[in-house]
Design a protein around this ligand. Sequence first.
Ligand SMILES: C[C@@](CO)(OP(=O)(O)O)[C@H](O)COP(=O)(O)OP(=O)(O)OC[C@H]1O[C@@H](n2ccc(N)nc2=O)[C@H](O)[C@@H]1O
Ligand SMILES: Nc1ncnc2c1ncn2[C@@H]1O[C@H](COP(=O)(O)OP(=O)(O)O)[C@@H](O)[C@H]1O
Length: 308
Amino acid sequence: MLAAVPPPVTVRVPSKINLHLSVGDVRDDGYHELTTVFQALSLTDEVTALAGGDSGVEVSGEGARSVPKNEDNLAVRAVRALAEHVGRPERAERVRLVIRKGIPVAGGMAGGSADAAGALLACSILWGLDLHRDELAEVAATLGSDVPFALYGGTALGTGRGEQLVPVLSRHTFHWVLAFDQRGLSTPKVYGELDRLREAGDPPRVGAPEALLEALASGDPHRLAPLLGNDLQAAAISLRPGLRRTLRAGVTAGALAGVVSGSGPTCAFLCSDADSALKVAAELAGAGVCRTVRVAHGPVPGARVHEE
Ligand SMILES: C[C@@](CO)(OP(=O)(O)O)[C@H](O)COP(=O)(O)OP(=O)(O)OC[C@H]1O[C@@H](n2ccc(N)nc2=O)[C@H](O)[C@@H]1O
Ligand SMILES: Nc1ncnc2c1ncn2[C@@H]1O[C@H](COP(=O)(O)OP(=O)(O)O)[C@@H](O)[C@H]1O
């Protein structure tokens, strides 16, 4: 008798922004030591895992054309890594992934990492593995520094290369406007540019995150706004000088503050409330400084099953 094919599993996964990103020294393995505060946002991707047919990946939505459709796709690598982790590598050959992207590609919002986290959770359910999230996070960390956070979501302090996470108390919901740029930026290039800037001079550093953590606990966006900071921002601006104008335009439009998200080029603007975010988004969209504008809120949970 043939085994029944399990029904497809769809997982929704959040994007992230870095409210605080302090970049330390380069380690022996080539990664930089980080202290970062991640927040998961309501801008999401969806990953569906289907069994019983041909393997492969289909991608639609935001930036789909520049997402690899082969083994370079981080979600495809995640399927293989999980199959190997449970000692059943052949299982990866019978999974098809369908990815619907809302997160900009190479935008500093960890879209590829989100898809990898989504594929891990979806396959864990599809294969009836019932793995604890912490075990999935171990596999996630082998795929990329930002993948574990996409599994947990919320607000978290990340150390090491960003994969060691501790949840952070964040009261209330914060409202954000996101400005997508015309093209993405390569994460290794942005870290490389920061190394170059630091060799040539002494770009400002954001320091320790304690005050920001207190502001998050207070839930007051006015307290949080002046504390947003990102050591990679100078490097992203050096590679993409137009971001300076985008950051100014968001504040002129009424945002409390703006910051480049991670390695950029997406800029995240903190607003005082949901109405203000809509107004800022409308004005920013008309300012001609970016490709697309979105509103989002956070924190939201990490990867979770999406029932149709
Ligand atoms: C900058 C951040 C901030 O959250 O995210 P993005 O803005 O790209 O989404 C992360 O550090 C990116 O994490 P992720 O995109 O998972 O990076 P990985 O695949 O692990 O590494 C890609 C490359 O980035 C550089 N890298 C990454 C993390 C780190 N702590 N130090 C590094 O130097 C290395 O050159 C590495 O080869
Ligand atoms: N599922 C995926 N979605 C998006 N990009 C992916 C994916 N898999 C691999 N990539 C590659 O990863 C690179 C970084 O993409 P992404 O994770 O969206 O950005 P960032 O690292 O800036 O947050 C892309 O340029 C793309 O080539």
